[in-house]
Design a protein around this ligand. Structure first.
Ligand SMILES: NC(=O)c1ccc[n+]([C@@H]2O[C@H](COP(=O)([O-])OP(=O)(O)OC[C@H]3O[C@@H](n4cnc5c(N)ncnc54)[C@H](O)[C@@H]3O)[C@@H](O)[C@H]2O)c1
Length: 261
């Protein structure tokens, strides 16, 4: 079998939510591809933790601590990527929170605003500030993380579902806007993935035996299991590469067949 070289060496990515889960797996995948990464998280411990990550020869990573819901943080992050690495090619807008598991009739306004601020406003700000930079350069790729909750309604995670639908809409709108400038914009929609976000959901459903809650979350997945975070990172690597050069505005489920049912 011919090995495909994705040709990503020496490029620069910003990954949000990089300290854990899907973002962390994507950081490692990017390092393996020779991509330098500004690894952004809100957790202040990340600045120290990142110093213990071994990088391949010639690959540089740097921590950025900030909140994706703040415009100033995005402006700083773009500056920081350029200061560290001298260029910026890709954004993985991945940071997100699940928020409380309530339906609309019991959803508190403050919780709604917090989930929308991180999951939707954060993605909008990335599209705006990183998009401005990439379109001035005439090339680049932004991949946003939505969810299967961005494609179908789930009665119990109201704001999360709203925010992930917003990510789909923003991805399509930004893709059309930036296409003439050579910037591609896409979204990935994972089904339940084996990270702390699902660990939290499992503990909510079955506090005494969280592992026993897994079948509840996998019953709608034809492949019958959680995704591994690396399986989401693999799709990101493909989408930012020239192998996907004619794809933009595309919403990509990575869901073991869930949306095919
Ligand atoms: N795990 C799943 O089952 C699943 C399924 C579909 C979509 N997703 C989406 O994938 C993305 C990553 O999820 P995960 O499972 O890796 O979650 P996770 O909770 O394991 O990791 C999320 C990371 O984002 C960081 N973060 C949270 N708020 C932030 C903020 N305001 N600014 C900067 N960083 C912040 C956290 O500190 C953490 O490191 C999220 O957008 C999530 O909605 C996850």
């Amino acid at each position: 079998m011919t090995k495909v070289n994705l040709g990503l060496e020496g490029r620069v990515a910003i990954i949000t939510g990089a300290a854990r889960g899907i973002g962390r797996a994507t950081l490692h995948r990017m390092m393996a591809e020779g991509v330098h990464v500004l690894a952004w998280d809100i957790d202040p411990a990340w600045a120290e933790e990142i110093t213990r990550i071994a990088t391949p020869d010639g690959v540089k990573i740097a921590a950025f601590i900030g909140d994706v819901s703040l415009a100033e943080a995005w402006q700083e992050a773009v500056k920081s990527a350029l200061a560290h690495f001298g260029r910026l090619d890709f954004l993985f807008s991945n940071a997100g929170i699940s928020g409380p598991a309530h339906p609309v009739s019991r959803y508190e306004e403050a919780d709604f605003d917090r989930v929308m601020a991180i999951n939707a406003r954060g993605v909008y700000l990335g599209l705006k500030y990183v998009g401005q930079h990439l379109s001035a350069e005439g090339k680049g790729v932004i991949v946003n993380v939505s969810s299967i909750s961005g494609l179908s309604g789930g009665g119990n995670i109201f704001a999360y579902t709203a925010s992930k639908h917003a990510v789909v809409g923003m991805t399509k709108s930004a893709a059309v806007h930036y296409a003439p400038n050579g910037v591609r914009v896409l979204a990935i929609c994972p089904s339940p993935t084996d990270t702390e976000m699902m660990g939290y959901a499992e503990r909510l459903v079955m506090p005494d035996d969280p592992q026993a809650a897994r079948p509840i979350f996998t019953q709608g997945v034809p492949m019958g299991r959680y995704a591994e975070p690396e399986e989401i990172a693999n799709v990101f690597a493909f989408l930012i590469s020239d192998q996907a050069s004619f794809m933009t505005g595309t919403i990509v489920p990575v869901d073991g067949g869930t949306m095919a049912r």
